[in-house]
Design a protein around this ligand. Structure first.
Ligand SMILES: [Ca+2]
Ligand SMILES: [Ca+2]
Ligand SMILES: [Ca+2]
Length: 80
C-alpha cells in the first residue's frame, strides 16, 4: 500500500474488471474513495503506485486491455 494523497495514512488502490471499469483509490482506514480514473481498456493488470518519473509525487500506472481483444496498453496518470 502507498500513501497516494500524502495525508500520512495508507491508501488502497484497485482496478475494476470489465467494460468501463475504473481505477479507484480509497483511504484504507475509512474506505473513503478520493480519486478514480477511467480505464480505457477492459481488464486491469500490474497496477502500481510509485514515483515513476522521480519528480517527488506519485504516479499510478496500470496495464489495460487484458480481458478485451484489442491491444493491451500501459497507462500512467498523476496520482494527485
Ligand atoms: Ca492517504
Ligand atoms: Ca512522479
Ligand atoms: Ca487486449
Amino acid at each position: 500500500m502507498a500513501d497516494v494523497d500524502g495525508d500520512g495514512t495508507p491508501d488502497i488502490l484497485y482496478g475494476e474488471e470489465g467494460t468501463s471499469g475504473q481505477i479507484r483509490v480509497l483511504e484504507a482506514a475509512t474506505g473513503t474513495e478520493f480519486i478514480s480514473f477511467d480505464n480505457p481498456g477492459d481488464g486491469v493488470t500490474s497496477l502500481v503506485v510509485a514515483d515513476l518519473n522521480q519528480d517527488g509525487s506519485y504516479e499510478i500506472g496500470w496495464g489495460a486491455g487484458d480481458s478485451d481483444s484489442g491491444p493491451n496498453n500501459w497507462y500512467i496518470v498523476d496520482a494527485r
